[in-house]
Design a protein around this ligand. Structure first.
Ligand code: ADP
Ligand code: MG
Length: 370
């Protein structure tokens, strides 16, 4: 008999900061779109090694499945932590002298050299911006700060229309030019970068490549809910993950099992990081078109893509677009996406055509999870 061991990935997802409010912490823990992994059995046939730690203001978890002991585990762990520290130093808004924070001091209208990882992330980001017609925009930082979701901001305040307009005038991915081959960027306005919606996914890709370089071909890597899976799980079958639906009764009860491997998976949910003011909930995901936090019936989005960075950015883009437009876009571009929508108090799933092969069981299976 096989007993499933479910692992909850609690999601604390902002780069370098704790969750905005206690309510967000609670929401993150109980209502969070958690991913449960059928990752272990009573008697694993293979050697299972787990590594975990903190990065980007959240946790990382790695599960390795190997035939024998992992060679020089201490060294591997050091390489993982080092790789994550490098990504943070390049992309964190929370590190004063990070590469993106130094970029804003560079003269406008001139080319500035950037590291290869930053060029790669900007390439993905600009591609997703174009694809989503600006729903995703890494130049949104003035608005993120204005709404109190930036570094060191704990005050919950709703900005005025004037403040929003002013911040919007300093936003726009069109003002950022990337020369990917030449590893340089040019800004034609003093725009400022916030890579929080793509950097965790990129970090996952970096770790996945590191593991593959070490000859490890069966793994699950996860940072703050974004993940990449390769090969098989400890039972020797493709990894299975389950998307849990937020449940207002605080019971983690409904999930959608997926069979996924050799793939990146990212989720975006408006209930995880937000603040509440005068009975209104303000999400940390901001619609660049309105300059305001998103407000619609799309509760969460899960996107699959071989590149976790792309999946991460697209999940945020789809969150901004809302279910209807996002579904049209996902079907047009052949992107695998699962949307959880709230309609008349009921949660409902809708998936794009490309997502359907991953659904292992009918949608809306109910279970109770310990
Ligand atoms: P989620 O998983 O909910 O998408 P992420 O951590 O991936 O959350 O991204 C949210 C963060 O991205 C916000 O805290 C903010 O810094 C930034 N952000 C908010 N709205 C956008 C947007 N429309 N485009 C790009 N980045 C955004
Ligand atoms: Mg994201």
């Amino acid at each position: 008999m096989t007993t499933s061991c479910w692992m909850t990935l609690v999601d604390n997802r902002s780069m370098g900061r704790t969750l905005k409010t206690r309510s967000a912490l609670l929401a993150s823990f109980w209502f969070g779109l958690c991913l449960f992994l059928s990752a272990c059995t009573g008697e694993p046939e293979a050697k299972v090694t787990r590594l975990s730690g903190m990065t980007m203001g959240t946790t990382y978890n790695i599960t390795l499945v190997t035939e024998g002991e992992v060679e020089d585990l201490a060294n591997l762990k050091a390489s993982v932590n080092n790789a994550l520290a490098v990504v943070n130093q390049q992309m964190s808004t929370y590190i004063d002298n990070s590469e993106i924070n130094r970029l804003k001091a560079q003269p406008v209208g001139e080319w500035t050299k950037v590291s290869r990882p930053l060029a790669e992330v900007l390439d993905v980001s600009l591609w997703v911006s174009e694809m989503s017609d600006g729903a995703f925009d890494v130049t949104l930082r003035p608005l993120v700060d204005l709404w109190g979701f930036g570094p060191g901001q704990e005050e919950d305040k709703v900005p005025t229309d004037d403040e929003i307009l002013k911040a919007q005038s300093r936003v726009g991915y069109q003002h950022l030019e990337l020369d990917k081959a030449g590893l340089r960027v040019k800004r034609d306005k003093p725009i400022d970068l916030d890579l929080s919606a793509v950097a965790k996914g990129y970090g996952v890709d970096v770790l996945a490549e590191l593991l593959e370089h070490e000859g490890i071909n069966h793994y699950l890597v996860e940072i703050g809910g974004e993940m990449r899976l390769k090969g098989h799980n400890p039972r020797g079958i493709p990894w299975r993950i389950a998307v849990e639906r937020p449940d207002e009764t605080l019971v983690q009860s409904v999930y959608q099992p997926l069979s996924v491997t050799n793939m990146g998976v990212a989720t975006s949910g408006d209930y995880r990081n937000y603040f509440e003011k005068d009975g209104v909930r303000y999400s940390h995901t901001i619609d660049p078109r309105t300059g305001r936090p998103i407000r619609h019936n799309l509760v969460s989005v899960t996107v699959l893509s071989p590149s976790c960075a792309k999946a991460d950015a697209m999940a945020t883009a789809f969150s901004v677009l809302g279910a209807e437009d996002a579904l049209t876009l996902a079907n047009r571009e052949g992107i695998a996406a699962l949307f959880i929508i709230k309609e008349s108090g009921q949660l409902k799933e809708v998936s794009s055509e490309a997502f359907k092969p991953y659904l292992t069981e009918p949608v809306a299976k109910t279970t109770s999870v310990q």
